[in-house]
Design a protein around this ligand. Sequence first.
Ligand SMILES: [Zn+2]
Length: 169
Amino acid sequence: MSGGNGVGFDDLLAANEEFAGSFALQGFDGVARAGVAVVTCMDSRIDPLGMIGLKPGDAKIFRNPGGRVDGSALEALVLGVHLLNVQRVLVVPHTRCAMASRSQQELRTIIGESAGQDASWQSFHVVGDQLDALAQDVAKVRSHPLIPDTVQVGGFMYDVDTGLLTQHG
Ligand SMILES: [Zn+2]
């Protein structure tokens, strides 16, 4: 039941029982009902549905460190477009992202100290220039041979201090 650090999952499972008690999402077919997919960072300051006025069932959400369009993000988008009703794709990095404020070497040092283990082998896909990376990521989606031109693709920077999105391409 409990994990290695003894905290366990009881609090979360209790909350889940309450959630299931008033569960209203049954019968969904798993499509993105608003036709939207969002690629964004794992950062806990981001509410990817709430920030664009959507609710559960409306959108496909793909998250990773930095909100980058990597191979598995592209895989998710191809599936979303062809099987799950996705017609608009938003790529959304954010201000004050940890992946854009440290070098890979710095992260390896910090993680290595935290783990008490050598972390020099672990890749951390840090971002130098976020807007440059965003332009590249949007281009990757737009030019993907399995994502048709009818799909709208936009790049947006999310400001974690104001909640506002600003379009960049
Ligand atoms: Zn981030």
